[in-house]
Design a protein around this ligand. Structure first.
Ligand SMILES: Nc1ncnc2c1ncn2[C@@H]1O[C@H](COP(=O)(O)OP(=O)(O)OP(=O)(O)O)[C@@H](O)[C@H]1O
Length: 594
C-alpha cells in the first residue's frame, strides 16, 4: 500500500500550489512594488522637511512633493490590492487542489477505512478546516512582504543615515520581545489544548445533531444533551481562561514593542547636540521609526495564522497519509463470472486479530449462494472483500479466474453490484438517483429499472413523480422504498455478479412482496451472493454457507444442512420461532409460510 512521505507545513502547502505558481510570483512582485510605493511618501515628507528647514519652502515645490507622496501612496494601495487579489486567487486554487486531492484519496483508500471515519469529521476537515487556510494564506504574501520588507528598507536607510539612531529605533524590541516571549512560553501547548477542545466540541455537536432523533425519544435531559452542554461550556471556559492568562502580558507587549520613539527621541536629541544629525534628519528618523510598528503588531497575528494553517495541514495530511489500495492499470479478460475464494484470512486491525481465517469457497457463475451465520461471524466481511473494500491479508479472491487485485477498480465495479442496507440517496431527483447505476441510460431504461424494482407505485404518490428530489421525498420514503431505489440502481447497472448484504433487512409485510419481486428482477441469470438473517429468503439457494467465528462451519442445500449442521438447525428453528411469534402477534399467519 502506498503511503505519502511526511512533509512540513509549507512544503505541503506549496505542493498544492503547482497550478498557481505564476499567480503567486505575480503576487510577490506586486507586493514589492507596493512596498516601494509605500516608501515614496517618506521620501516626500523628508524633502518637504528639508525645504522648511532650508527656508525655501515654495508652495509649488511643496505641492510637487505632496503630489509625489500621494502618488506613492496610491501606488502602494493599488499594487497592494492587485497583489492581494492574486494571492486570494492562489489561495482558493490551493484550497481547491487540497479538496480535490482529499476526494481522490477517499476514492483510492480502502473503502472500509474511509467508512470508519464519521461523515461529520470528514466534512469538518474537507470543508471547515481547509477553509481556515484561505485567509491567512492569502494575506501572508502581500502583508508578509510589506510588513517585513518595508521595515527592513527603512532600517537600512536609517543605518545609512546614522547607525546609532537606527539601533535606537530597535531599543524597544528586546524589551517588548521579552514580554512576548514570556507570554508565548506556553503558547504551543495551549494551542494544542485549544485544538483538542475545539475538536471535542465539534464531535459532540455532530453526534448531537446526528442523533437528535434518538435523544428526543430516549434521552432528552440526560446523556448526549448533557454531554453537549458540558462540551460547549467547558470550551467557553477554556478559551476565556486562556485569554485571561495572557491579556495582561499581551497588552504590555503591544504597548512596548511599537514604542520606537522611546529610543529614537533621546538618542536623536543627543546626536543633534553632538552635531551628528540635523533637525530634519531627526524628524525623518522619528517618522521612519514609526513604520517599524506595523510588523510588531502583525507578529502575534502571524503566529496565530501559522498555527491554524499548521493544524489544518496536519488534519489534511492525516487523510492523505491513509494507505491506498494498489490499482491495476490494464483491464483484464475475465473467463466468466464465477468467484473463487482461496484460503483467505483478514484482520481489520492488528489489535483484534483475524476475523476471517483461511476461508475457501467456490461460487459458480449463475448460482445462488447464501452466507449465513451468527452475528459477527464474518459474513459482511467476506462480501466486502469480494467488492474489494479492503485487500485480504492472506490468500486470494478471483473472479473469472483473475485475482481481483489485478482487475482495475472500474472493471471490478462493472462486474459487481453491491447492495447493502445502507441506501444513500443523493440530493438529486429520484430518477437521477436510479440513473447513477448507469449514467448513459436513457429515461426509458431508468423507468423500466424503476418499474422492475416496483418503485413506480410509491413514486407515483409524489406530486413531481420521478423528478421529486431525494431531499423532498426523504422523510416520506420508508426503509423498504429506499431499498427498492437502490435495487433499481443495481438493475440498471446490470452487473453479472450481485451481492446483497442484508438487503431485505428493512422489509415490512407491506413491502415484502414488492421487494422480493424487485430482487428477482435484479438477480435473474446473475451470480448471486446473499447475506441474510431471514433464512426463509435464502432457503432455495443452490448453496448455503454457514460461517462461525470467521471459519466455514458447513455448506450445502437447506435440507442437507438441516440434517447435518446443528448450528444451521438452531438458526432455522429460532428463525421459524421468531416468525411464528411475530405472525401470531400481528395476527397475519398466512404471510409466514416458510
Ligand atoms: N470496520 C471494522 N473495523 C473493525 N472490526 C470490524 C469492522 N467491521 C466488522 N468488524 C468485526 O469483524 C467481525 C466480523 O464482522 P462482520 O460484520 O463481517 O460480521 P457479520 O457476520 O456480517 O455480522 P452481522 O450479522 O452482525 O452483520 C466482528 O467481530 C466485527 O466486530
Amino acid at each position: 500500500m502506498k503511503k505519502s512521505k511526511k512533509k512540513g507545513t509549507f512544503t505541503s502547502v506549496l505542493s498544492f500550489a503547482s497550478e498557481c505558481r505564476g499567480k503567486m510570483i505575480l503576487s510577490v512582485f506586486f507586493a514589492v512594488i507596493s512596498v516601494a510605493g509605500g516608501l515614496v511618501p517618506y521620501l516626500g515628507v523628508y524633502e518637504i522637511i528639508l525645504l522648511f528647514f532650508g527656508g525655501n519652502a515654495a508652495p509649488r515645490t511643496i505641492l510637487l512633493w505632496s503630489g509625489v507622496s500621494a502618488g506613492g501612496y496610491v501606488v502602494k494601495l493599488l499594487f497592494h490590492g492587485i497583489s492581494t487579489s492574486f494571492s486570494h486567487v492562489s489561495a482558493y486554487r490551493i484550497l481547491e487542489s487540497i479538496r480535490l486531492e482529499l476526494s481522490r484519496k477517499l476514492m483510492r483508500a480502502p473503502l472500509g477505512n474511509v467508512l470508519s471515519q464519521t461523515a461529520g469529521n470528514l466534512k469538518n476537515i474537507i470543508m471547515d478546516r481547509v477553509e481556515t487556510i484561505e485567509l491567512p494564506l492569502a494575506h501572508m504574501i502581500p502583508e508578509g512582504i510589506s510588513r517585513l520588507l518595508l521595515p527592513v528598507c527603512v532600517f537600512g536607510y536609517m543605518l545609512f543615515m546614522d547607525w546609532r539612531i537606527a539601533l535606537a529605533a530597535l531599543a524597544c524590541v528586546p524589551l517588548g520581545g521579552a514580554v512576548y516571549a514570556v507570554m508565548m512560553r506556553s503558547y504551543g501547548s495551549q494551542y494544542d489544548k485549544y485544538m483538542k477542545a475545539s475538536n471535542h466540541v465539534n464531535s459532540v455537536i455532530i453526534e448531537y445533531t446526528e442523533g437528535i432523533q434518538v435523544i428526543k425519544a430516549f434521552n432528552r435531559s440526560a446523556g448526549s444533551y448533557r454531554k453537549y452542554e458540558e462540551a460547549v461550556k467547558s470550551f467557553k471556559e477554556f478559551t476565556l481562561d486562556w485569554f485571561r492568562s495572557t491579556w495582561g502580558l499581551m497588552n504590555l507587549g503591544n504597548a512596548i514593542l511599537p514604542a520606537t520613539m522611546l529610543g529614537v527621541l533621546p538618542v536623536g536629541i543627543l546626536l543633534y547636540l553632538n552635531g551628528a544629525l540635523t533637525p530634519a534628519q531627526i524628524t525623518l528618523a522619528m517618522i521612519l521609526s514609526m513604520s517599524i510598528i506595523g510588523p510588531a503588531s502583525w507578529f502575534t497575528v502571524a503566529v496565530n495564522d501559522f498555527k491554524s494553517i499548521q493544524y489544518a495541514i496536519g488534519d489534511v495530511n492525516e487523510i492523505l497519509d491513509m494507505p491506498e489500495l494498489p490499482e491495476a492499470e490494464e483491464p483484464v479478460k475475465l473467463r466468466g463470472y464465477d468467484i473463487q475464494i482461496q484460503d483467505i484470512s483478514f484482520a481489520y486491525n492488528d489489535k483484534h486479530g483475524d476475523v476471517l481465517q483461511e476461508i475457501s469457497l467456490t461460487i459458480p457463475q449463475g448460482s445462488f449462494t447464501a452466507l449465513v451465520g451468527p452475528s459477527g461471524s464474518g459474513k459482511s466481511t467476506v462480501a466486502r472483500l469480494i467488492a474489494r473494500f479492503w485487500d485480504v491479508s492472506k490468500g486470494y479472491i478471483s473472479i473469472g479466474g483473475e485475482d481481483i487485485r489485478r482487475i482495475p477498480f472500474s472493471q471490478l465495479s462493472e462486474a459487481v453490484s453491491f447492495v447493502s442496507q445502507e441506501n444513500f440517496l443523493f440530493n438529486c431527483s429520484l430518477m437521477e438517483n436510479i440513473r447513477l447505476g448507469n449514467p448513459a441510460a436513457s429515461d426509458e431504461e431508468v423507468f423500466a429499472a424503476g418499474k422492475a424494482a416496483c418503485c413506480d407505485e410509491f413514486i407515483g404518490r409524489f406530486e413531481k413523480g420521478w423528478n421529486t428530489t431525494a431531499g423532498e421525498a426523504g422523510g416520506r420514503l420508508s426503509g423498504g422504498e429506499r431499498q427498492r431505489i437502490a435495487i433499481a440502481r443495481a438493475i440498471l447497472k446490470n452487473a453479472p455478479i450481485v451481492i446483497l448484504d442484508e438487503a431485505t433487512a428493512f422489509t415490512d409485510p407491506e413491502n415484502e412482496a414488492q421487494l422480493q419481486a424487485s430482487i428477482a428482477a435484479l438477480t435473474e441469470g446473475k451470480t448471486l451472493l446473499v447475506i441474510a438473517h431471514r433464512l426463509s429468503t435464502i432457503k432455495e439457494a443452490d448453496n448455503i454457507i454457514v460461517l462461525k467465528d470467521g471459519r466455514v462451519e458447513a455448506q450445502g442445500k437447506q435440507q442437507e444442512l438441516l440434517n447435518t449442521c446443528s448450528l444451521y438447525k438452531e438458526m432455522w428453528k429460532s428463525h421459524i420461532g421468531a416468525k411464528n411469534w411475530s405472525a401470531s402477534s400481528a395476527g397475519r399467519e398466512e404471510l409466514y409460510h416458510v
